[in-house]
Design a protein around this ligand. Structure first.
Ligand SMILES: Nc1ncnc2c1ncn2[C@@H]1O[C@H](COP(=O)(O)OP(=O)(O)O)[C@@H](O)[C@H]1O
Ligand SMILES: [Mg+2]
Length: 205
């Protein structure tokens, strides 16, 4: 049976690990999204992995409402929670959808698509920002890679966080019917509509 001091040691190791990981994540966060803001309670609930919280979170709402800021902050909190719970630093993948779809093209020169696909299947958390941003939808080949990624995550109940300015039912033309069907299941109970004014317009006034 572990003694109290073993528990204390373990807790302090976790605290140190958590603080180091959260601070490294903060450094890798785009500058405007580093500032702590009040996020929607349901996003905070997802980030603290409450038993009642869904595994996946789909943040939707109009452009400028605060989806991306909420997502970065929720991811930061999710990271801290994960380390406190498991003692292990999770692997988090953060991608703009446009960069992701480019990276998953057969003719891309920057990534080995097989390796990247595996990385995205196995990451502890996959965060894709602005799913509907691409002007041109991914081709059939890229949609097949998305299928491999999302099917693997779906069958293993691995967390995903998506921001998108259209509702989750309206992304079939982007991700393809097979992925769309998995997304519907993965994000059941985890769709959060952010409402209010365009915060960017407010800043400019
Ligand atoms: N809860 C918040 N409190 C204060 N400012 C916020 C909040 N959420 C977002 N912002 C700011 O509003 C602007 C738009 O937010 P952003 O997350 O980029 O919007 P979206 O991704 O929905 O288009 C950014 O400058 C962001 O820092
Ligand atoms: Mg955004």
């Amino acid at each position: 049976m572990p003694s109290i001091s073993d528990d204390d040691d373990r807790d302090s190791v976790r605290t140190e690990r958590r603080e180091a990981a959260v601070s490294a994540f903060l450094q890798a966060t785009p500058v405007i999204y580093r500032r702590d803001v009040a996020i929607h309670p349901r996003a905070a609930e997802w980030a603290t992995q409450a038993d009642t919280a869904p595994v996946c979170l789909f943040l939707t709402g109009a452009i400028g409402i605060g989806k991306t800021h909420t997502a970065w902050q929720a991811t930061r909190q999710w990271l801290g929670t994960h380390i406190t719970r498991t003692g292990r630093k999770p692997r988090i993948e953060t991608w703009r959808s446009t960069a992701l779809f480019d990276a998953l093209r057969p003719d891309n020169h920057d990534w080995d698509v097989r390796t990247l696909t595996r990385q995205l299947q196995e990451a502890d958390l996959l965060y894709i920002d602005d799913l509907a941003a691409a002007r041109v939808s991914p081709t059939g080949w890229t949609q097949e890679r998305l299928y491999e990624i999302f099917d693997e995550r779906y069958i293993n109940r691995r967390p995903c966080l998506i921001t998108c300015d259209v509702l989750p039912g309206a992304t079939a033309n982007i991700v393809g019917d097979r992925v769309q069907s998995r997304l519907r299941e993965m994000f059941r109970g985890g769709v959060l509509l952010l409402e209010g004014a365009d915060r960017r317009a407010g800043d400019a006034a």
